[in-house]
Design a protein around this ligand. Structure first.
Ligand code: C2E
Ligand code: MG
Ligand code: MG
Length: 270
């Protein structure tokens, strides 16, 4: 079989124009209630011949070519639009987490986000912007924009916390509301005493600073139990669900909502 054609920036630009990007949503589960606490929007490229491509296949090119700005603009707008649709279903408190590349964040970031919120009619407190620490929170020039958005209610999550260039200074200087513990600490949690210590300590740290904690990459009941014991607030991972198209997410969330409302004990596995 022939090698698939190399993807170029031109292909990416065309994909945007031809509306080949789609968002999948992965449920975030509240550990107290067992209910759906929110959804993380995750970008996919529905390629006409290569099929559904994950971000690892095209994000690096999007970043290096600068197209991430246009693609990211589409992501935020489409996710907020989707969230407004879900709000009409009356699900109650529920957050929308959107990944934003550091390359999209400049001093005018606040204006841009406020415009999207205004255009889509989404109230700011439902939006949680996920930034990887090293890339975004490390640049003091953007702090005023982050502060402005935080003041109107937008939440900020430090994604992949504990990997790369993690700096505790950022927790002090940036209006971070949520720490997302990277999946590398969660995957083998049950079998690794060091991961357990790290996870415990990060949760204590976050709570001490008034932040909440999301654990990513929860794949096993054993990890889940340890996270629960450590006081983690929200979990996300294949144990509950893979990222899925919006239509499927609606069914997942409605089912789970009913399950939670009818059960005395919080339900965990789906
Ligand atoms: P992330 O934000 O840390 O997202 C979590 C990734 O872990 C997702 O991969 C998700 O599908 C995967 N995941 C979730 N649960 C599990 C699990 O239990 N086990 C394992 N092994 N993996 C799990 P995905 O969708 O391939 O996204 C990869 C990365 O691409 C994201 O990492 C994020 O950094 C970036 N990304 C995704 N969508 C966007 C976007 O719209 N904009 C930007 N700028 N970056 C995005
Ligand atoms: Mg993320
Ligand atoms: Mg992450």
């Amino acid at each position: 079989t022939a090698e698939p054609p190399a993807l170029t920036a031109m292909h990416l630009a065309q994909a945007l124009e031809r509306r080949q990007f789609v968002l999948h949503y992965q449920p975030m589960v509240d550990l107290d209630s067992g209910g759906v606490a929110g959804a993380e929007a995750l970008l996919r490229w529905q390629h006409p011949t290569l099929g559904l491509l994950p971000p690892v296949r095209f994000l690096p090119l999007a970043e290096s070519s600068g197209l991430i700005r246009d693609i990211g603009a589409w992501v935020l707008r489409d996710a907020c639009r989707q969230m407004r649709e879900w709000q009409a279903l009356g699900w109650g408190t529920f957050r929308l987490a959107v990944n934003v590349s550091a390359r999209q964040v400049g001093p005018d970031f606040d204006t841009w986000v406020k415009d999207v919120l205004a255009d889509t009619g989404l109230a700011a407190e439902y939006l949680e912007i996920e930034l990887t620490e090293s890339a975004a929170f490390g640049d003091p020039a953007i702090y005023p924009a982050l502060e402005t958005l935080r003041r109107i209610g937008v939440r900020f999550a430090a994604d992949d916390f504990g990997t790369g260039y993690s700096c505790l200074q950022h927790l002090k200087c940036c209006p971070i509301t949520t720490l997302k513990i990277d999946q590398s600490f969660v995957a083998g949690l049950a079998d690794d005493a060091r991961d357990q210590t790290i996870v415990h300590t990060v949760i204590q740290l976050a709570h001490g600073l008034g932040m909440d904690v999301v654990a990513e990459g929860v794949e096993t009941a054993a990890s889940l139990e340890l996270l629960r014991q450590a006081g983690c607030d929200v979990v996300q991972g294949f144990l509950f669900a893979q990222p899925m198209p919006a239509a499927k997410f609606v069914r997942f969330a409605s089912r789970r909502r009913n399950a939670v409302m009818s059960a005395n004990e919080p339900t965990i596995a789906c």
